[in-house]
Ligand binder design. Structure first.
Ligand SMILES: [Zn+2]
Length: 389
C-alpha cells in the first residue's frame, strides 16, 4: 500500500500533488511537508504498535510514513546506537539520560538520513544534478548519496568549513565551490549559480524529504525508550520540525499513548535567533547579525522554517537555550572522558544546554532525557588544539 498523499505548505497550508517536483510552496515559498493517509495505515495494520513496517532496514523500515519511491537509495543509514549515560548525568542528577549517537551514520552524521530520502526523490523526478550549500555534514552526505544514486552533485561550502570536507566531497565525485564567509554566503553563491531549473537544490527546507528522513530518529527513539525530553542542536531546524512531525504522525496512527516528548532546541550564544524568539514569545525569528560560534553546524543566522520550529517547540511543551563556545568545548571533553563518545561541537552543545536547563529548572533531572549527538568529533579535532583547559 502507498500512503503518501502529497505535500502541504507549512506556512499557508496549500496542497501540492505527490508527483510534483516543487521544492517549496509555489504560492508563498514556505516549506513543504509530506502528508500521509494515516487513517488508511490504521485500517490496514490494526495490530501496529510502532511506525515500523518490519520490512526494510534503517530509515526505509518506516516506509509507510515515507514517500514510496521506486528506488530507495541506502548506504546503511539509521539504527544508530542509543547509549545510556547515567555517569555523565550524575553531575546534574539525571540518571535516566541517553545519547543517540548519530555519528554512526554513513558520512558520520545525521544528515545521511535526510539525504537518503531526498536523493531518492531526485532519482524519482529524474533530476540530472543536485546542489546544496553546507557547513560540512550536509554536503558530505549529499556527495555520498549522489555517488550512490549516480547523480552529479555540486556542493557550495563556506571557507570556514572544517578542513578536509572539500577534499572528501570531491572524493565522492562532487564538484565543490568554496565561498568566502559562512553558510548564508555559500547559499547566495548557489542561488546565483542555479538560476534555471532548481529541482535539484536540496537546501534546508527547500525540498521536503530531508525532514522525512530525519523523522526516523524519533521513530527509533520511540521504539527504544519513549523519552520525556529530546535535546537537539538547532541551526536550520529540520531536526526539531522532523521530531514534531514524527510524533504528530504517531498520534494520528494511535500508537502514541502519552503526550509527545518535549523538545529542547540548543543554539550557540553567538548565534541564537530561535532562542531569542522563543524567550520573547515571538512567532517569527529575526535573522541573527554577525553569527559567531565554533559549532559551524549551528552557525545558521536564520531558518526558512522559523515559524514552524517555534510552533513545534511550543506545541511539545518544550524550550530553547543557548550555550557559550566555552561551555561547548567543556562538554566535548566531559562526554569524551566520561562516556567514551567524542562528539561534534553541535552534539556537545546538547550536554551544555541540558546542564543549563536543569540548573534553570526547565527540565526535571528525573525525566527520561535523550541528547542527540548529530555527528562525531573527529573532523573538529583542530578545535582541541588551541583550547586546552
Ligand atoms: Zn505556502
Amino acid at each position: 500500500m502507498k500512503y503518501f498523499e502529497g505535500y502541504r505548505c507549512g506556512s499557508c497550508a496549500r496542497e501540492i500533488p505527490a508527483g510534483s517536483a516543487a521544492g517549496e510552496c509555489p504560492a508563498c515559498s514556505g516549506p513543504l511537508l509530506c502528508v500521509y493517509d494515516t487513517s488508511a495505515i490504521r485500517r490496514n495494520a490494526s495490530a501496529r504498535t510502532s511506525a515500523s513496517t518490519r520490512s526494510g532496514k534503517g530509515v526505509w523500515r518506516y516506509g509507510d510514513l515515507l514517500p514510496d519511491f521506486a528506488r530507495k537509495i541506502t548506504l546503511g543509514e539509521g539504527n544508530t546506537p542509543l547509549v545510556p549515560a547515567p555517569r555523565l548525568g550524575e553531575a546534574i542528577g539525571a540518571r535516566d539520560l541517553y545519547v543517540k549517537d548519530e555519528s554512526f551514520n554513513p558520512t558520520g552524521s545525521f544528515k545521511a538520513r535526510g539525504m537518503a530520502v531526498a536523493v531518492s526523490r531526485l532519482l524519482e523526478l529524474g533530476v540530472k544534478k543536485a546542489y546544496v550549500p553546507s557547513a560540512g555534514n550536509a554536503g558530505l552526505a549529499l556527495a555520498a548519496y549522489g555517488a550512490a544514486a549516480d547523480i552529479p552533485c555540486h556542493i557550495f561550502i563556506p571557507s570556514e568549513t572544517p578542513e578536509g570536507v572539500a577534499e572528501e566531497c570531491r572524493l565522492y565525485g562532487a564538484e565543490v565551490t568554496v565561498v568566502p564567509g559562512i553558510l548564508p554566503d555559500a547559499a547566495r553563491a548557489l542561488d546565483a549559480s542555479a538560476t534555471g531549473d532548481r529541482t535539484g537544490v536540496v537546501s534546508t527546507f527547500r525540498e521536503p524529504c530531508r525532514v522525512e528522513g530525519k523523522k526516523t530518529i524519533a521513530f527509533e527513539l520511540e521504539e527504544e525508550i519513549e523519552p520525556d525530553w529530546i535535546v537537539f542542536p538547532t541551526g536550520g531546524g529540520t531536526g526539531i520540525v522532523a521530531f514534531w512531525k514524527a510524533y504528530r504522525e504517531l498520534e494520528a496512527l494511535g500508537t502514541l499513548r502519552r503526550p509527545m516528548p518535549r523538545l529542547a532546541a540548543v543554539q550557540a550564544a553567538g548565534c541564537a535567533p530561535l532562542v531569542k524568539a522563543f524567550v520573547e514569545g515571538a512567532s517569527r525569528a529575526a535573522p541573527w547579525k554577525d553569527p559567531v560560534t565554533i559549532a559551524s553546524g549551528i552557525r545558521v543566522p536564520s531558518s526558512r522554517a522559523d515559524a514552524l520550529i517555534l510552533q513545534a517547540l511550543r506545541e511539545s511543551g518544550g524550550t530553547a537555550v543557548s550555550v557559550t563556545d566555552g561551555e561547548i568545548m567543556a562538554a566535548v571533553r566531559e562526554m569524551a572522558r566520561i562516556l567514551g563518545i567524542f562528539p561534534s561541537p553541535e552534539g556537545a552543545a546538547t550536554w551544555a544546554g541540558l546542564r543549563r536547563l536543569v540548573r534553570e529548572e526547565k527540565i526535571s533531572p528525573s525525566a527520561r532525557i535523550v541528547m542527540v549527538n548529530t555527528a562525531g568529533g573527529a573532523r573538529y579535532r583542530f578545535l582541541l588544539d588551541s583550547r586546552e583547559p
